[in-house]
Design a protein around this ligand. Structure first.
Ligand code: IMP
Length: 263
């Protein structure tokens, strides 16, 4: 299989993607809960607000799933416009986003970066899934995947989710999350302001689920859910609980919840 960047339509998109440093829409501070910020933080907030786990995304679907999963009333959405660097992996994007979101919010943040990795397209759209959803669209991505695969074989794919946690505290961070391209990608994108990357620890949690790309089915979920089938059912045909039980996000949240319970 040739590299997906050599496919004509992908090549065009990719060229565009190089110059697009995607930014999340409108920054907004959310209101908080009861607990006070931790005093162990390396970077205490200048404007302290009640400590609550901020799920950093503009995607309401992600927050619904996180709330259903964690189900403790302590998660709120932070619709923050963090810089989404261009990188071939989700980890550095999420790690850098978490540092930036923490610097903004001054309280515990969880950044969720996810993507659809299609085998027949050499893992495209991967970290560019959001951009591609907004340009090609979900149905065309599905058609591309099915056309690129052998006619009598379902197109295989994986959903991946990386959660990046940062609370300004010192803890045993994931091994070198910044060495996985974070600094290089930030520098390449002209964002060299991540000076405290080495001292602001980030913990990463990954979840992966494999499935196949099919004709769109179902009304639930969001994004690529209608074309992603797992064991005979598309994510869009599942309830939130059913999806969380098997999904990339559910798996990442399970790892996070287990670790967070010890904080
Ligand atoms: P981001 O992580 O918000 O950048 O999302 C990347 C892309 O993947 C967007 O197009 C989302 O709609 C899509 N996406 C992320 N998570 C899911 C999911 O659980 N189901 C379907 N699409 C998703």
């Amino acid at each position: 299989m040739e590299d997906f960047r050599s496919l004509p339509v992908i090549n065009l998109l990719f060229a565009d993607a190089q110059i697009v440093v995607a930014r999340r829409s409108r920054a907004r501070r959310s209101s908080g809960g009861e607990a006070q910020p931790r005093d162990r933080r390396l970077f205490p907030p200048t404007d302290p607000t009640p400590a609550m786990l901020r799920y950093v995304t503009t995607n309401a679907g992600k927050v619904r799933e996180a709330r259903d999963y964690l189900d403790d009333g302590s998660v709120s959405q932070l619709d923050f416009d963090y810089t989404e660097i261009q990188a071939p992996e989700l980890e550095p994007i999420a790690a850098r986003g978490a540092r930036e979101a923490y610097r903004h919010a001054g309280e515990p943040v969880l950044v969720d970066d996810a993507g659809l990795f299609i085998d027949a397209l050499d893992d495209f759209p991967g970290p560019y899934s959001s951009y591609v959803e907004g340009t090609l669209g979900v149905e065309r991505v599905g058609r591309l995947a099915r056309d690129a695969d052998e006619a009598d074989r379902p197109a295989r794919a994986a959903f991946r989710c990386v959660l990046a946690y940062c609370d300004g505290d010192s803890f045993d961070a994931s091994p070198d999350p910044i060495d996985r391209g974070d600094r290089a990608a930030a520098a390449a994108a002209g964002h060299e302001d991540d000076a405290d990357a080495a001292t602001l620890p980030v913990k990463l949690f990954e979840g992966v689920v494999r499935g196949r790309i099919v004709e769109p089915r179902g009304d639930g979920g969001f994004g690529y859910d209608p074309i992603f089938e797992h064991e005979g059912t598309t994510f869009a045909e599942m309830t939130a609980a059913e999806k969380n039980a098997v999904s990339h996000r559910g798996r990442a949240l399970a790892k996070f919840a287990e670790w967070y319970a010890t904080r």
